[in-house]
Every structure is written in structure tokens, then in C-alpha cells.
Design a protein around this ligand. Structure first.
Ligand SMILES: [Zn+2]
Length: 432
């Protein structure tokens, strides 16, 4: 790093979730990495004579690390936001109709979604990908994170799904941080989950340390019913799409208890967990699982009904030792006209306004917790250390969000109250 030109970015405020908090503040960057961050005088003192190379005054904004969207479906970027009709299985079938029909169409949507994500202030993503090619496109876009290769197979279709997954996975070279995602307990049998966990542990190509694992879990009451009783709307949906057979049965268990033995094998990233019991929090914490809460999507589907005592247990999970991060889910579930629908600021603002969550906790969930969720037991490698903070030596992916510098209110709180968009300052060469 010594010898490369230093640029000092000054802003009305600077903040990360690892203890950096200054107003006004500065971040010095050289060779694409953070050299120093904090009070302007201290940062300039630290870079000394090298600071002559460049000064950028960003003005009235809060400068932060780019955020982590731990659960997204970039392949649906071309569909756009749509109203929810009130029945999840009907919605799923509609999205299956509207989604990309070819691998090329999916890859085009992923490329477009990746650029949008970067423009919306996201530096790292947990994307659900339909092919190894889509994962490569995401990585090439400059967006960090993991692309989880999705698979489906239940009942008599499980064996062929295992074969297909093994073949598709082996096509990857491990570059671009690929992971695996059995879709959900109503579309994947336990054998497919086990096989995915085994493949993930073995890794592929350059990923000898293994790859990450993700799934949708306990997302709806219909899923809880399906796993327990083997009937309801998901059984009807499987019949309608020709995927039902007599080997598919209720297990008498909640999805978390049903999957617990496989969750214990590796550190999973679990999308949603909208409907879990208090007893499951210890199970998830014991497995080292991370939960991605997508509050905007969750509310879109009607999973937040405080009058009926139905609310997400994310705060209890955090207290119970579960790493909880934030995600958007797909753009389909975002409000029409949302500011930056593929950004994570919308999720932070939603929880701040709905539940009064502390700004500090929201920033942790949107940065370091997201990195921990994507990294699992180290699948992101050494680059994950300190990622999404302003620590010295960390890759500098920086975003700025407008604030009123004359307002004495906490700059991070201002960002959660206002609707200013995030903008990328430095750190990602966007090659669409
Ligand atoms: Zn999802």
C-alpha cells in the first residue's frame, strides 16, 4: 500500500459498526483499501505527507461502508415490484410464470440486478442463482458476496435433483464465491438437504475450504403445516405442478426441528424464519446458523400482524446468540416507487420506523452481521476479515447518504428518518 496514492474523503460524518464514529470525519484510501478513518485531524495526521495526493470533500453526507444484502433474487430483477394477492402458493406460481425462462435471460437479469444493487449502496450480496453462469456474472459485476446455486427436488424427484445438483455444482471452479441453496422444506426432501451439505463441505475447484449453504426456512404457516401434516396449499401446489407422490408425508415436526440434524452439520444462512417457536432460538444458535430477516418482504406477505401477536422474533434471536442480518428478498416484494428497492437502507428504515430498533443495531445487522452470515465457517476467505467496516487494511467500499449537517441529531438516525438515496463513493468498478 505504501507508495500508492492516498485519497482522503471528508464528510459531515463517518460511521461504521466497529467503533468508528466521527462528525465531521474522514476516510483515507490507498490501493483500494482503507488506510485510516475517524476524526479529520487524526486521519490527515496518520497519512501525513502522503495526504497531498488527493482530497475529496463529499459535503453534507454520512460516509459508511457499503451494506450487505444477505438475501436476494437478482434473477427476478426484470419482473419488478408487483402487488400481493394474499395466497403465497398463487404468488409463487405467478412469479414462476413471470421469471426468466432461459439461462441467458436469467443471466441478463442478474447482471442488471447486480448493477442496480451497487448503485443502491450494496457492496456484498447473498444471491439465489439458477446457474453457475449467473454466479460468475454477479462476481464479474464487482458485487461481492455469495451466489447460492438453487435446487428443487422432493419425493420421487429427489434422486434426480441430487444428480443434477452434483453435476451443476461441479461445473463451477469455485471462483466468484458460489454456495448451495436447497430451495425450501416444501420443495426439497431431507436427502437433498443432506447431499447439499455434503457437497458444500467438500467444496469445488478453488473453494477447497468448502462453500456456503442457504435455504428458505419457516417462511409461512403453510410451510409449517406442510412439513408437520403433509397437506394444505403446498401439497395442492405440488399436485398441480405434477410433483406430488405417495412418498411425500407429514413428519409431525416443525420445519426447524425437521431440518435441525442437517443444520448442525455446517453454518447455514436461513432466509426468513418468520414462524419459529421460542424453543427454536436455542437450536439455531447452537447450530451457528445465521438468519436473514427481510422485513419489507415479510410485511408484504402479511407476516407482521402485531394485533394478532404475530411478529418476527429477530430481537429474541439476537439476544439468544443468533447472528441476524438483513435482506431484501426479490424486487417483486418491494413497494412500487420505493427509493432504491435493491438497497438495504430500505430494510433498516423499515425496522427503525416500525419497531424503533436502535441505529447502532441496524448498522450492525446491515454490515458486519451480513458478512458473518455470508462467510459461514470462513468460505469467503481472508477478504471477509473486517469487511463492511472502515478498519485499516479493509477493502474500501464506501457509500454516502445525504444528511443535514446543521441538524444536531445523530447522523445515522437522520439517515434512517430521511429518504435520501445511498450513492457509491468508491470501491466497486461497476462493469455491467
Ligand atoms: Zn428468497
Amino acid at each position: 500500500m505504501r507508495g500508492s496514492a492516498v485519497v482522503v474523503y471528508r464528510a459531515a460524518a463517518v460511521r461504521d459498526a466497529a467503533g468508528c464514529c466521527a462528525r465531521p470525519g474522514a476516510v483515507a484510501v490507498a490501493g483500494g483499501r482503507v488506510v485510516a478513518a475517524g476524526e479529520v485531524g487524526a486521519v490527515c495526521g496518520e497519512v501525513g505527507e502522503r495526504s497531498g495526493a488527493g482530497q475529496v470533500d463529499l459535503g453534507e453526507c454520512l460516509l459508511m461502508p457499503a451494506l450487505v444484502n444477505a438475501h436476494a433474487h437478482l434473477g427476478l430483477s426484470a419482473v419488478g415490484p408487483r402487488a400481493y394477492g394474499g395466497a403465497f402458493t398463487g404468488w409463487l406460481r405467478e412469479v414462476m410464470e413471470l421469471g426468466p425462462r432461459t439461462r441467458e435471460a436469467e443471466r441478463a437479469a442478474v447482471r442488471r440486478g447486480a448493477v442496480m444493487s451497487i448503485e443502491h449502496g450494496v457492496g456484498w450480496i447473498g444471491d439465489i442463482a439458477g446457474s453457475v453462469g449467473a454466479a460468475a456474472d454477479r462476481a464479474e459485476s464487482g458485487l461481492g458476496g455469495v451466489s447460492y446455486l438453487e435446487c428443487f427436488g422432493i419425493g420421487l424427484h429427489e434422486a434426480e435433483a441430487v444428480e443434477r445438483l452434483t453435476r451443476d455444482f461441479s461445473e463451477g471452479d469455485g471462483e466468484g464465491s458460489i454456495g448451495l441453496q436447497p430451495h425450501a422444506p416444501y420443495s426439497c426432501g431431507l436427502g437433498l438437504y443432506r447431499e447439499a451439505a455434503g457437497l458444500a463441505a467438500r467444496g469445488v475447484g478453488a473453494c477447497a475450504r468448502g462453500v456456503g449453504l442457504c435455504t428458505h426456512l419457516a417462511e409461512t404457516t403453510e410451510e409449517v403445516r406442510f412439513v408437520r401434516d403433509g397437506d394444505g396449499p403446498f401439497a395442492e401446489m405440488l399436485r398441480a405442478i405434477g410433483r406430488w407422490d405417495q412418498t411425500i408425508r407429514g413428519t409431525g415436526q416443525h420445519p426447524v426441528d425437521w431440518l435441525a440434524p442437517v443444520l448442525a452439520e455446517r453454518r447455514w444462512l436461513l432466509a426468513h424464519c418468520n414462524y419459529i417457536e421460542g424453543s427454536h432460538i436455542g437450536v439455531l444458535a447452537g447450530c451457528g446458523a445465521s438468519v436473514v430477516y427481510c422485513p419489507v418482504a415479510s410485511d408484504y406477505f402479511g407476516h407482521h400482524r402485531p394485533d394478532e401477536g404475530v411478529r418476527h422474533r429477530y430481537r429474541e434471536m439476537i439476544e439468544g446468540g443468533v447472528n441476524v442480518c438483513l435482506g431484501t428478498d426479490s424486487v417483486v416484494c418491494q413497494p412500487v416507487g420505493a427509493v432504491q428497492p435493491l438497497g438495504v437502507l430500505g430494510a433498516m428504515r423499515h425496522l427503525y420506523r416500525r419497531d424503533g430498533v436502535s441505529p447502532e443495531l441496524l448498522l450492525r445487522m446491515a454490515t458486519v452481521n451480513g458478512i458473518a452470515g455470508l462467510a459461514g465457517e470462513g468460505v469467503l476467505g481472508p477478504e471477509a476479515a473486517g469487511a463492511a467496516t472502515l478498519g485499516a487494511g479493509v477493502p474500501a467500499r464506501l457509500i454516502a447518504v445525504g444528511i443535514d449537517a446543521g441538524d444536531s441529531a445523530d447522523p445515522l438516525e437522520q439517515v434512517l428518518i430521511n429518504n435520501e438515496p445511498a450513492r457509491l463513493v468508491t470501491g466497486v468498478d461497476c462493469h455491467a
